[in-house]
Design a protein around this ligand. Structure first.
Ligand SMILES: [Cu+2]
Length: 394
């Protein structure tokens, strides 16, 4: 479309008029709001998505207008028998500007987001995961910087020139081999490295002194159950779930009697912890970033994850110089409206502190549950605990 046609286009004119009108309205609304702000200070939300979309289109429109003006200037030069604008040179310079802006952007991103990284891993396997991430990041960053610098520098250096002829390269087996084999080798190393790390982490061996903890997710909380003195968690059955017995623990089994219901997850340092991960309604995800632990909690599919915490909460507080620091267990799946509520404080403590905390925890089998299950001798179950004195209501 010629420039004359463009400025005579009725559609474009009406669009421009509507745009101006809308812009004026917005400005006037802003002025009015600013006037009111002096009295009541109401907040005008300017920075919605539409605002940025409008800014984007405005910039595009600006670039298009500058382009059109340059094109007309170019045509005028040519009509006068002059050489016209050297577009190749302009594009080459833009490429270099783009490269410099991109490199600065990467540097900015590293310094800005780099400072948000997590503190050192607080679990034995976390150190290996961090090593894997570092190696992968360093390798990919080398490739990123080298390719970007070469790409844009070549675009600048070998831009079109009347004095130089382009070399046509229809096919070259050596180049094909190099760019196929080199990435294949690097990727194989990364995948094999990751595979071995994963194998070490997902060590499913059941150790005798593993501390078994049940972590059950439901909308919107985590329920924690610890084994009592016998070190064994009682079995569960979804058919036994009631208001008081919300995990469905089977109290026909003796091992369930001493199970504990806890609010904060306490972990003894340097001990192997086995988290039994369960979900009751939708998919949740156990996420403990400081221990580099994350595993989905899927309804009907019990999973588990074993790890060894290596730094106590007190030590981490000193390291970070933050007396309020706490390890946290989050849900890492957006599982519903109050998903953000699924947080638990995790405290890593010494063995002695752990034992003293454990002795102060309340049993899962509380008074309400005893009543619901019609325990015949509600007060003496601890001494006898014989199964024939218990009648279940299911
Ligand atoms: Cu959740």
């Amino acid at each position: 479309m010629g420039f004359r046609k463009l400025i005579n286009s009725k559609k474009l004119l009406s669009f421009f008029a509507a745009f101006m009108l809308l812009g004026t309205n917005l400005l006037m609304a802003q002025t009015a709001a600013a006037g009111a702000a002096q009295e009541e200070a109401p907040k005008v939300d300017w920075t919605g998505v539409a605002y940025y979309v409008a800014i984007f289109f405005l910039i595009c429109l600006g670039i298009a207008i500058v382009g059109k003006i340059l094109k007309i200037y170019d045509l005028t030069l040519k009509m006068q028998g002059k050489k016209g604008i050297k577009w190749n040179n302009i594009m080459a310079v833009i490429c270099i500007i783009f490269l410099l802006a991109g490199l600065y952007g990467s540097y900015w991103s590293f310094t800005e987001q780099g400072s948000m990284t997590l503190p050192e891993a607080a679990s034995a396997h976390g150190v290996k995961i961090d090593e894997m991430f570092t190696v992968t990041t360093v390798l990919t960053m080398i490739v990123f910087f080298v390719t970007q610098i070469l790409l844009f520098t070549f675009l600048f250096r070998y831009r079109h020139s009347d004095k130089r002829r382009a070399h046509f390269l229809p096919h070259n087996n050596t180049i094909e081999k190099v760019w196929t084999i080199a990435p294949a080798i690097v990727l194989t190393i990364l995948v094999v490295f990751g595979f071995f790390t994963w194998q070490k982490i997902m060590n499913s061996e059941n150790l005798k002194d593993d501390i078994n903890i049940d972590v059950t997710g439901h909308q919107f909380a985590w329920e924690l159950r610890y084994p009592g003195k016998d070190g064994v968690l009682g079995p569960k059955d979804f058919r036994l779930v009631t208001g008081a017995n919300n995990l469905g623990v089977n109290f026909k089994k003796k091992s369930s009697f001493d199970d504990l219901k806890v609010d904060t997850m306490y972990l003894p340092v340097n001990k192997s912890i086995r988290l039994n991960i369960l979900a009751q309604d939708v998919i949740h995800s156990v996420y403990m970033p400081h221990f580099r632990v994350q595993l989905n909690a899927v309804p009907g599919l019990p999973t588990f994850f074993k790890f060894t915490p290596t730094i106590t909460t007190a030590q981490m507080r000193t390291k970070l110089d933050d007396p309020k620091f706490e390890y946290t267990l989050y849900c890492n799946k957006i599982c519903g409206g109050s998903h953000y509520n699924m947080q638990k404080v995790v405290r890593v403590v010494t063995e002695a502190e752990y034992q003293s905390w454990l002795s102060r925890q309340k049993p899962y089998l509380n008074d309400a549950l005893r009543k619901e299950l019609h325990f015949a001798a509600a007060n003496s179950e601890q001494s006898g605990a014989s199964t024939n004195r218990i009648a279940l209501n299911n």
